[in-house]
Ligand binder design. Structure first.
Ligand code: DQA
Length: 145
């Protein structure tokens, strides 16, 4: 069975109670259920970490296995060059990384307007809540599995 990595960075483990007006009231478990319903033929391997090294290691894993990635890097999006290098390592190896955000960072504080990973990601989807992930998964099912 093909597998998709759904990687989530810092503070996203708090979904459900974290600023529900911005991020919605669904939890990461709810998100996993929605994605599994969308793609029953696929293993949805959803992970979350508050430690940057974990995320880098998971991206290295994707570079080695070729598993497509849906990535919400949370605040690391805005300043982590180590993360950018790891995303680049995956996409330069021919892999797929779709950058997603629940909110639309461009409609929020100025520091969120910069993404250091967009330029090396395969594409970016932002502002649609869980739909951002579902759209990324639809793209991956059509093009990267
Ligand atoms: C986020 C947007 C980021 O600016 C923020 O730091 C997050 C979540 C989003 O999904 O909208 O943690 O990536």
């Amino acid at each position: 069975m093909s597998s998709v990595l759904v990687l989530n960075g810092p503070n996203l483990g708090r979904l459900g109670t974290r600023e529900p007006d911005v991020y919605g009231s669904g939890t990461l478990d709810d998100l996993a259920r929605v994605l599994r319903d969308d793609a029953p033929e696929t293993t949805i391997d959803l992970r979350q970490t508050d430690a940057e090294g974990d995320l880098l290691g998971w991206l290295h894993e994707a570079a080695d296995t070729g598993a497509p990635v849906i990535l919400n890097a949370g605040a690391w999006t805005h300043y982590s060059f180590a993360l950018r290098d790891a995303v680049s390592l995956v996409t330069k190896a021919g892999g797929t990384v779709v950058e997603v955000h629940l909110s639309n960072p461009h409609a929020r504080e100025e520091f969120r307007h910069t993404s250091v990973i967009s330029a090396v990601a395969t594409g970016v989807i932002a502002g649609f809540g869980f739909e951002s992930y579902r759209l990324a998964l639809a793209y991956i099912r059509r093009n990267a599995l």
